[in-house]
Design a protein around this ligand. Structure first.
Ligand code: PLP
Length: 937
């Protein structure tokens, strides 16, 4: 029998599966379904919605279909601009970074000892952003420019404690999509946006907590904002400035002009347009506001041997700690794309970037000179706004006929944006489309180059200008990390499954990657087909009626879904419904998203067995009856269990007039088995980067579609170019260019493959639970003693008895070549393990053997053979360097690095640093590349 894609995606073969099922004590996968999943929600294999999916294709057939879709798109020369510019990704970065599983299959670097490669790359990103913007500290990426602007807005409000004003003053020359997202985010928080043309340097009357501008503006105009910044500060307002990083190589940065915050995108640094994404947004602040930064921040610290080491600083996973008081809900960000942008800067260096910027500007100057009087602004970088009374449409049509897309601003204006890919020929065609006579030989416009300060002087940006050096740098960094190309990553709640090559290939095809998000609709039929197919397939899988692919992470899907609920109640006149019930076990983003959507969070207790306490739920519903907006549950729960009473729980909330939000992060336990849209959910978000094979990229990109039942459909986020559309991202379809990954996955798995994948994931999780329970007790199980697709190992009693912590076990796993499971979520002092369907039995057994061997080591500590503060667990991870020289420890070097339980069949992983001292780094906060001298040490 020929093997299908599903046979290659799913790890255990028939023989292995038999072994797994026998250990779990069930006869077949369908038997398992009946035992694990509550009968009240379980779909039979026919009528589970998957009959709506097309039959499975092989890898080559699916790639052929996708190639046809890509070819049906028109890859025009894009001169539309508006924050999206064509860019020439250096091939060395395409093949060795963007298309390299060592980079794209990694997880967010919460285990810093085996993540030094991507942490260093992210530190380069932060350094690049802070240098170019003139700010002290930049974070490790935002989701896009518009959401970064929204985060800047809320940061200004938090940081400006002196101001009681709810008003934000916004310049009118902002990208329209940025403006729309600002309005979406401002309204539920009671922030009042006041728009005015600030280019004259005069602020409208009254108090503002902040002022927000952009340079260059949407019209291309460069304004000297220094007087506005000064006036704002005098008025007690803080200032945020959007800044184009390529322009910053030539003009004075907002930081140098006094801005408090900078935001923007790094797309044009080598990240393909991708019909809107994914790209890395950025956010940077003055020193004083460093602790207000949302998202991840990489910092420098030291390891146990006193050597320099990187790790996430300060607010890492702050949502889990601060919940609704978190600075933001952002969790998955845009790590992979941030690293591409940083490497682009490393490859070109300051001089190279400046040369690119000058070429871009020279083309814009040629256009402006050729168009003469009709050019609206005197000072511009890359975008020229042209007045053509009554003739704008004709000009755009003429250029379109010759393969170039321009921006139609209105009936009388056209904007033309030059970029790295613009050629002299493009300039000639554009001039001709305007009816100008030929390309001017010389331009005599005044220089825009006002920047005098240096940037990108660190070795990270001077050492890798040749392809050989860059190739080796990328390899050297990725060799420090554990990604899925080295071992299983058993992170509960994160679903680190296979990202098949056939799924990944299409994303760098020009037919998908070189489309501007605001390209004319007739250019993108293939892209829209992928989008529509996916919307239909995901609706069928989830049982909902409508799906929006706009949110670019799970957190954004949560936010969009909660906004829909809020607007639904408001439209019905239920203005008092502002309370969101959230079980205590929920992911931290849930509470953070609710707060952003203007909802009050009330926590519902969990019972001893981990289930939502329905008695407490009844009490909370009674307490908040007329204020109840919704409940937000995760199903199966973050405790890894299918709660029996989920249908009843949903009914209780519905009866009280509330809506039910089902967090779909755990959909890998439901696909083909049960549909949240049918068992009581009104809205869910999915994580395509968990259940549907988009790789985690080291902490992003992600796609977090929001799915709703019909009554909420009209509240889904709209087109960001339309004011008031409640868009949550800068592009209508979010990170569209990675949607072919999910499309290919569903297309190749087919209905049977998807159901089999889910059941195999459940079988493997139960196998691990059964085998590890005698060593590390499994904390929660469902009615039949079964877990769902993940299980929580309880180490609290072990820690109490022996002093060995979850940290010790997590770090020790690196010596065995494994990435740690999820630590202390959702329960402190536990590890949550999720194998997914993609891991084969050998790998699962190797992990289990490592865990059992670690338990034996813990027993040695317990029996006093090794002291609690000096044993292989506390000493972990062990580097090669730690073996040479004195060895004062009571365990051998061999035990340190080649312990029993480490399969001889596995390639040895050598962590590059010892255990990292996080607190030291937080006390001595350093979030950009250490200065040059430090490299001599
Ligand atoms: C991953 C996860 C989220 C957040 O999703 P992001 O894509 O990281 O923003 C929310 N809820 C649960 C239960 C999750 O596991």
């Amino acid at each position: 029998m020929t093997r299908s894609f599903a046979d290659r995606h799913i790890g255990p073969d028939a023989g292995a599966l038999e072994h797994i099922l026998a250990a779990v004590g069930v006869g077949s996968l369908e038997d398992l379904a009946g035992r694990a999943v509550p009968a009240s929600i379980l779909d039979q294999s026919a009528g589970n919605g998957l009959d709506a999916l097309p039959p499975a294709l092989s890898e080559h057939e699916a790639l052929n279909e996708l190639a046809a879709l890509a070819h049906s798109n028109t890859v025009a020369t894009s001169m539309i601009g508006l924050g999206y510019y064509d860019t020439l990704t250096p091939p060395v970065l395409v093949r060795n970074l963007l298309e390299n599983p060592a980079w794209y299959t990694a997880y967010t670097p919460y285990q810093p000892e085996i993540s030094q490669g991507r942490l260093e790359a992210l530190l380069n990103f932060q350094t690049m952003v802070s240098d170019l913007t003139g700010m002290a500290v930049a974070n490790a990426s935002m989701l896009d420019e518009a959401t970064a602007a929204a985060e800047a807005m809320t940061l200004l409000r938090r940081a400006n404690r002196a101001s009681k004003s709810p008003r934000l003053l916004v310049d009118t020359d902002l990208f329209p999509q940025t403006r729309t997202v600002l309005y979406t985010r401002a309204e539920p928080l009671g922030i009042e946006i006041v728009e005015a043309d600030l280019s004259g340097g005069v602020l409208p009357e009254g108090e503002f907590f902040g002022v927000l501008v952009q340079v260059p503006g949407a019209s291309g105009r460069i304004v000297d904002w220094a007087p506005v910044f000064a006036a704002a500060h005098e008025r007690g307002a803080l200032v945020a400035a959007g800044a184009d990083l390529l322009a910053m190589t030539l003009i004075t940065s907002p930081g140098e002009q006094g801005a408090d915050v900078c935001f923007g995108t790094t797309q044009r640094f080598g990240v393909p347009l991708g019909f809107g994404g994914p790209h890395a947004g950025y956010l940077a602040v003055r020193d004083a506001h460093a602790r207000q930064l949302p998202g991840r921040l990489v910092g420098v610290s030291v390891d146990a041997d006193g050597d320099r080491a990187y790790r996430l600083a300060l607010q890492t996973r702050e949502q889990h700690i601060r919940r609704e008081k978190a600075t933001s809900n952002i969790c998955t960000a845009q790590v992979l794309l941030a690293i591409v942008a940083a490497m682009y800067a490393s490859y070109h260096g300051a001089d190279g970037l400046r040369a690119i910027a000058r070429r871009v500007h020279r083309h814009a100057e040629q256009l402006a000179t050729g168009l003469g009087e009709s050019v609206v602004h005197e000072r511009f970088f890359d975008t020229v706004l042209v007045q053509v009374p009554g003739g704008a449409e004709a000009v755009v049509a003429k250029a379109k006929g010759r393969g170039i897309n321009l921006r139609l601003v209105d009936a009388d204006h056209v904007a033309v944006a030059c970029d790295e890919a613009t050629t002299d020929e493009h300039v000639a065609i554009v001039l001709d489309s305007f009816g100008a006579d030929g390309v001017p030989a010389a331009t005599e416009l005044p220089s825009i180059e006002t920047r005098t300060s240096q940037y990108l002087t660190h070795p990270a940006f001077t050492r890798y200008h040749t392809e050989t050096a860059m190739l080796r740098y990328l390899r050297q960094l990725s060799d420090k990390d554990i990604a899925l190309d080295r071992s299983m990553i058993p992170l509960g709640s994160c679903t680190m499954k296979l990202n098949a090559t056939a799924e990944m290939e299409p994303i760098t095809w020009p037919g998908f990657s070189r489309l501007h998000p605001y390209a004319p609709i007739e250019d993108v039929p293939g892209m829209l087909r992928v989008i529509e197919d996916l919307q239909g397939w995901l609706s069928a899988i989830t049982g909902y009626d409508r799906v929006s692919l706009q949110p670019n992470a799970g957190s954004q899907g949560e936010y969009a879904g909660l906004l829909a609920i809020r607007r639904y109640h408001l439209d019905r006149g239920d203005t008092h419904r502002d309370t969101c019930l959230i079980p205590s076990s929920a992911h931290g983003t849930n509470a953070a998203s609710a707060a952003m959507a203007g909802l009050r969070v009330e926590v519902v207790k969990c019972r001893e067995n981990g289930d939502v306490d329905l008695d407490d739920l009844r009490a909370k519903i009674a307490d908040h009856a007329d204020r109840l907006a919704c409940i937000m549950i995760t199903y199966p729960s973050t405790h890894g269990v299918y709660e029996q009473e989920v249908a009843e729980l949903c009914a209780l909330v519905h009866d009280a007039g509330g809506q039910v939000y089902v967090d779909g992060a755990n959909l890998n336990a439901l696909v083909g088995l049960a549909r949240p849209g049918r068992f009581g959910g009104d809205v869910s978000h999915l994580n395509l980067h968990k259940t549907f094979c988009i790789p985690h990229g080291g902490g992003g990109p992600g796609v977090g579609p929001v799915a709703v039942r019909e009554h909420l459909a009209k509240y889904l986020p709209g087109n960001p170019l339309e004011a008031g559309s409640h868009a949550v991202s800068a592009a209508e379809h979010g990170s569209a260019s990675i949607l072919p990954i999910t499309w290919a996955y569903i297309r190749m798995m087919g209905a049977d493959g998807l159901r089999r994948a889910t059941l195999t994931a459940i079988a493997s999780a139960n196998y691990i639970a059964r085998r590890l329970d005698p060593h590390f007790p499994v904390l929660y199980t469902g009615e039949n003693g079964m877990v769902a697709h993940e299980c929580i190992l309880d180490l609290r009693e072990i820690t109490r008895r022996t002093g060995v912590t979850v940290d010790d076990v997590a770090k020790r796993l690196a010596d065995y070549g494994f990435h740690a499971p999820t630590m202390s979520f959702p329960v402190a002092g536990t590890l949550m393990v999720e194998p997914t369907e993609s891991e084969n039995l050998e790998e699962i057994d190797a992990f289990i053997d490592a865990m059992i061997a670690i338990k034996a080591e813990i027993d040695q500590v317990a029996s006093g053979v090794w002291p609690v503060d000096d044993n292989p667990l506390r000493g972990a991870p062990h580097t090669a360097a730690s073996l040479v020289g004195d060895w004062p420890h009571p365990y051998t070097r061999e035990t340190a690095v080649y312990p029993r339980g480490l399969s001889s069949a596995r390639a040895k992983v050598w962590p590059s640093v010892r255990r990292i001292d996080g607190a030291y780094g937080d006390r001595n906060l350093l979030c950009s590349c250490p200065p040059l001298e430090a490299y001599g040490e």
